[in-house]
Design a protein. Structure first.
Ligand code: AMP
Length: 364
């Protein structure tokens, strides 16, 4: 069985690492010559919209998937008309545009922050009395890890924030004074069978995910499952889906979804019976899905911008290191480590050790 993957970064790499024990082979398409998954399969090197490479991928792969949501719509459509593509292009179209995504949530009765479409400074000014302060201005497309976003605290912030976006269409949304951020990850296979992971509790800094902790028996689990089920059914979804949520006073508010394996689910490699990467493959190949039961208490710490000495990381007990084989660069995710513990106290101590090392190595 051959799975084609658009993108050959760390997510593709971890998909491949999960696939080999199941006898799956991989072909990656990625424009970067040193993409970090390219030693785990065949690397088609070139642009995502190169017709020759796309035709090769479509012909040779039994099923095509992707590791990022900004796959051009025409590329996804081309592939879908020649081979199986999971998740379907519709999920990409919704996830690529924050306005379409928020409207989609709204239509499914999944709560969102108050939001409005913004196409000019005037429309931003007009929206503010309705949205309220503080608020966040976000570009509709191509935003990730907090990029293309500005916090709006007063009327003085409007003009600089709008100018920073350089005229691209945007949404303004109410700032949610959340108690915590969580995400739910689920997998649905071609036959419609669905499994849900225990919630992840997520800590961001500078808009980038730093730590995710598995939350077995979380009081918000059921609510999160209800919302992600609505999304998967509406999209006739196949694969792993991640939904990011804010929790405020016992209520969940949707931020965004990712139609792919997700950074907040990396702990599932050691912390769940079946990892999100394996379940993504099982889902798109229409195999029975694996159990998502938590194995102990786990947390994942990202290494961003730089990396401590490997030897130093390997001395931390019950922690599992995943190097992505990527050159360190400011703001770039280069590795993660997952710590596993029996008690919350032990886990907190391991997170402390790992985050201290991560912060020291991060030059951003
Ligand atoms: P995003 O790129 O939309 O996932 O935003 C990155 C991070 O910015 C989120 O994980 C939150 O920590 C923060 N953020 C985004 N939108 C909001 C909001 N409406 N209210 C509060 N924090 C937000």
């Amino acid at each position: 069985m051959i799975v084609g993957v658009l993108g050959a970064g760390q997510l593709a790499r971890m998909i491949a690492l999960a696939g080999y024990p199941l006898g799956v082979d991989f072909i990656f398409l990625d424009p970067s010559v040193d993409a970090c998954a390219n030693r785990l399969g065949e690397h088609l090197h070139g642009d995502y919209n190169d017709p020759r490479l796309l035709a090769q991928l479509a012909e040779r792969a039994d099923v095509v998937t992707y590791e990022f949501e900004n796959v051009p719509a025409d590329v996804a459509e081309f592939l879908a008309s020649h081979t199986q593509v999971h998740p379907a292009p519709k999920a990409l179209a919704v996830a690529q545009d924050r306005l379409i995504e928020k409207t989609f949530f709204h239509d499914l009765a999944i709560p969102t922050p108050a939001y409005a479409a913004v196409n000019s400074l005037e429309s931003l000014e007009q929206a503010m009395p309705v949205i309220g302060w503080p608020a966040i201005l976000k570009s509709r497309t191509l935003g990730y890890d907090g990029k293309g976003q500005s916090l709006l605290k007063s009327a003085d912030d409007l003009k600089p924030a709008w100018e920073q976006l350089a005229g691209v269409p945007a949404v303004v949304e109410a700032f949610v004074p959340f108690n915590r951020e969580v995400s739910i990850i689920a997998a649905r296979n071609v036959s419609g069978a669905t499994v849900y992971y225990p919630l992840s509790e997520n800590y961001h800094r500078g808009g980038i995910l730093r730590v995710s902790e598995s939350r077995d028996n979380d009081p918000m689990q059921q609510q999160a499952e209800t919302y992600i089920t609505r999304l998967m059914e509406a999209l006739d979804y196949v694969g792993v889906l991640a939904l990011e949520l804010f929790e405020i006073d016992g209520k969940l508010i949707a931020n965004e979804f990712a139609p792919r394996v997700h950074n907040s689910g990396h702990w599932t490699i050691e912390g769940a019976e079946t990892s999100q990467f394996e379940n993504h493959l099982r889902a798109i190949l229409d195999l029975p899905l694996g159990a998502t039961t938590a194995v102990g208490k786990t947390a994942m710490v990202n290494f961003i911008g730089g990396l401590p000495e490997t030897e130093q990381l390997l001395t931390i007990p019950r922690s599992h290191l995943h190097l992505y084989d990527k050159a360190p660069r400011k703001g770039r995710k280069v590795a993660h480590a997952t710590a596993r513990a029996d008690t919350t106290g032990q886990l907190a101590e391991l997170i402390k050790q790992l985050t201290e090392l991560a912060d020291k190595a991060d030059d951003s």
